[in-house]
Design a protein around this ligand. Structure first.
Ligand SMILES: Cc1ncc(COP(=O)(O)O)c(C=O)c1O
Length: 325
């Protein structure tokens, strides 16, 4: 285990620390930018990267990984849970494919840690990233699990901290917080917190879908972490819905990124085959163990009404509604 400043550093250390000129890497189109941009940096250095696609549910096919592996493939990096949809990848099967091909396997488990139990032996991974602030530890701390015998070139050079794999004085308060948060997350599984959160999420989802037309769950039908729900509301802009809900006290998010003044549709949702307008009409609800049934009721009061109000203002919705009358 190497203690890091968070998930981004853990991902960078796994990828840049392992891959050498002449190697080939396999990743996917739906990774977090901590992985995608690390891979992009490899490509700038002349290293080839193959990005396997996902299906409409957001799932990577382990057979695509098998087919993408070449004699010079050194690393497969596929996330465990997607940060926008919560979709869980078949990491244990991918681990088997990698073991058969004798290729290193890294998984970004930042969104999975504390949401579902993680057993590195069952996954068969050599490297696994986590980030403290995703499970109630302080910000600025994370870790990379490194299987014994895996040699990494450090990102930082200096003292021999972390068994010479990460130079720099350790963030002791953060690390203590990470340990305590991990302990509490384990206790949460004993108390079945994950089951309670899934029940809240399922009620939120099913009630929204019952009460709002032209809406649907992104990643429906795929295994998902219990706390995440990504829902599209056709004919509106997700950003507008977020602002409208935020003003009323409900915090939700999108995977869309604002660059050069335009809202780019999420790379994850478009990789799943969503049209750009539907991807832009999607928002993510995240629940945690502090959320209550009353919070879900509050969200259920707000969301259908806010969607209806935004649709009243949407020329596209009004045109469609008029045409169907
Ligand atoms: C899947 C995933 N990987 C990596 C990161 C980066 O983690 P950090 O914010 O700790 O650098 C995030 C953060 O949201 C994430 O969701």
């Amino acid at each position: 285990m190497v203690l890091t400043s968070g998930g981004t550093e853990a991902d960078n250390l796994a990828i840049a620390g392992l891959v050498r000129p002449g190697d080939h890497v396999v990743s996917s189109t739906i990774e977090h930018h901590a992985v995608l941009n690390s891979c992009k940096r490899l490509e700038e250095r002349g290293i080839e990267v193959t990005y396997v696609p996902v299906d409409g549910r957001g799932l990577v096919d382990p057979n695509d990984i098998r087919r993408a592996i070449r004699p010079n493939t050194r690393l497969v990096t596929i996330m465990m849970a997607n940060n926008e949809t919560g979709v869980l990848q078949p990491v244990a099967e991918i681990g088997k494919v990698c073991a058969e091909a004798d290729v290193y396997f890294h998984t970004d488990a930042v969104q999975a840690a504390s949401k579902i139990p993680i057993r590195v032996k069952e996954i068969g991974c050599d490297l696994l990233s986590i980030s403290g602030h995703k499970f109630h530890a302080p910000q600025g701390v994370g870790a990379l699990f490194v299987r014994k015998g895996t040699t990494l070139e450090p990102l930082f050079h200096g003292g021999s901290h972390e068994r010479s794999r990460r130079a720099g004085t350790e963030n002791v308060p953060g690390i203590v917080g990470l340990g305590k948060a991990a302990e509490l997350a384990l206790k949460g599984f004993e108390l079945k917190d994950d089951r309670d959160i899934a029940a809240l999420r399922d009620r939120l989802e099913s009630s929204i879908l019952r009460n709002v037309e032209s809406a649907g769950v992104n990643g429906q039908g795929a295994p998902r972490v219990p706390n995440t729900s990504n829902i599209y509301f056709d004919y509106i802009e997700g950003e507008a819905l977020i602002i409208s809900l935020d003003l009323k006290g409900l915090a939700v998010s999108t995977g869309a990124a604002c660059s050069s003044g335009a809202i780019e549709p999420s790379h994850v949702l478009t990789a799943m085959g969503l049209r750009p307008d539907r991807a832009r009409a999607s928002i993510r609800f995240s629940l945690g163990k502090q959320n209550t049934a009353e919070d879900v009721d509050f969200a259920l009061q707000l969301v259908p009404a806010s969607v209806a109000r935004l649709r009243e203002l949407s020329p596209l919705y009004n045109k469609t509604a008029t045409q169907t009358v």
